[in-house]
Design a protein around this ligand. Sequence first.
Ligand code: FAD
Length: 520
Amino acid sequence: MSYQLVWFKRDLRSEDHAALVEATKLGPIRCIYVLEPTLWLQPDVALQHFEFIRESLQDLDGQLRLLGGEIEIHEGEVTEVLSKIWQETPFQGLYSHQETGNRFTYARDQDVGKWCQSHGIHWGEYAQFGVVRGLKNRNEWQACWQRHMEAPMCELPLVQFWKTPLSNKPVTNPSAHFVTPAAMQAPAHLRHNPPLRQRGGRSVALKTLNSFLKQRSMWYRGGISSPLSAPDACSRLSVFISYGCLSIREVVQATNEELLQMPPEASRRKSGLVAFISRLYWHCHFIQKLESEPEIEWENMHRGYDGLREHEFNVDHFNALKDGRTGWPMVDACVVMLRETGWLNFRMRAMLVSVAAYPLWLHWKPVGDWLATQFLDYEPGIHWSQMQMQSGTTGINVTRVYNPIKQAQDHDQKGFFVRKWLPHMRQIPNTWIFEPWNMTQDVQNHLGIYIGKEIPQPIVDIATATKTSKDRLHSRRNLSEVRAGKKSVINKHASRKKGAERKNSKVKSKDTSSQLTLEF
Ligand SMILES: Cc1cc2nc3c(=O)[nH]c(=O)nc-3n(C[C@H](O)[C@H](O)[C@H](O)COP(=O)(O)OP(=O)(O)OC[C@H]3O[C@@H](n4cnc5c(N)ncnc54)[C@H](O)[C@@H]3O)c2cc1C
């Protein structure tokens, strides 16, 4: 029987799935997910991503079984898998969502395009975010985003599968060349699966969306900056959007519906949801940068900053950061929380990168590869744009440096956060909670806790090291050729959203808990 092949990637749902719908309109379909060995060798992947995908595929399999089909998991490089399937039972067309991924997936998609061409196969690719492929002019982008989010959700017609699964339950058929999600084997080299990470699948995603829209959005404004309140106050939807368990359009539309239904007295929740929607806009705005310029994953967005940090990489600084032993309690506690949960709020992510980029003077690429493995919600477009923005290499953003001592004073005044994640800080009295290295020898003797032993000595003097780094960055920025290069970055990447531009570089980001004034 002839059929259309639907290739699931980072779109692990059956609702509002343009590729699935368009393929279904043409006749019987077959659904596959490809476990690509080379993808799992990239520096930005971790076991947590694999396990999250497995959980999401199990859920997707359940959704497809209700419709009479299943998801087949094939192992191999995508063009090899397509060739094998094609040789066994040729298909008419290939259907998938567009992906703005890393360097590997970009090249892989080019190979798939060539494979389809050489086999005379139509490849239907559909946008799943408000990201525009082949965008000619950034001025038009905002209207495109709006159109995408306002379009009706894709309705699935009656589905016919190319074959009925052998059983109602997922079982791996030994004669078939595919396995079920439960039988997926993680590559042995993969490491890092935080015990407290979020679990995958659409059912969990919908529960998370619902609890945010109905309750937790109450704390969004004012609650998202502190790492103590953020785990509940933030939506926690990023990973479900990144792996497509939810479509971003359905999140935007559900939020707008909730806003319409809200009684006037729910003003707190209302302002929370309005702030949240603006984040969903930023989601696509940042991904558009990588879509328009894939090189920002490995090259400075503004090439005038080339050579600034690359040749001075201090491995000891990097290891101290990764081990959570920089000596700055707020930084070390964030590293531990991230390691245990796979998640951090925006402000603390920005602080980690800022500490890496300024006082530790580390180039963003290795730091970004490490953080990509730590963030369960790793989304290349947001990640690499943010890495560069917080490191000062975009050339268009105000230098924003987060002092970890001040961040602790502002967002963890009583030290609950650092004591939660750093056991050795539990005995430190409030007086020294922000700067424990100032404890006198007598105090250390009294507590039986020593700086340089249980508590690391800060690896550099933060004030001096930060000043030196800022001076170096600014002297580069002031070069006439660097100033001249700024315009083309603005033309290509800057947001045209009103209010996005900061009025002047001296405007401090006070609490900015709403973070509505994100820089472009
Ligand atoms: C260095 C760095 C790396 C980051 N890497 C990622 C990443 O790989 N994946 C990712 O989804 N987010 C990333 N972010 C953005 C942000 O920190 C996370 O989206 C957010 O913390 C996720 O939690 P949430 O879903 O509860 O966010 P909420 O505050 O509830 O936000 C709602 C949604 O808006 C989007 N969003 C929020 N903040 C931003 C932002 N600043 N830029 C773009 N989109 C945003 C996300 O899709 C998020 O799910 C990064 C930020 C920094 C500073």
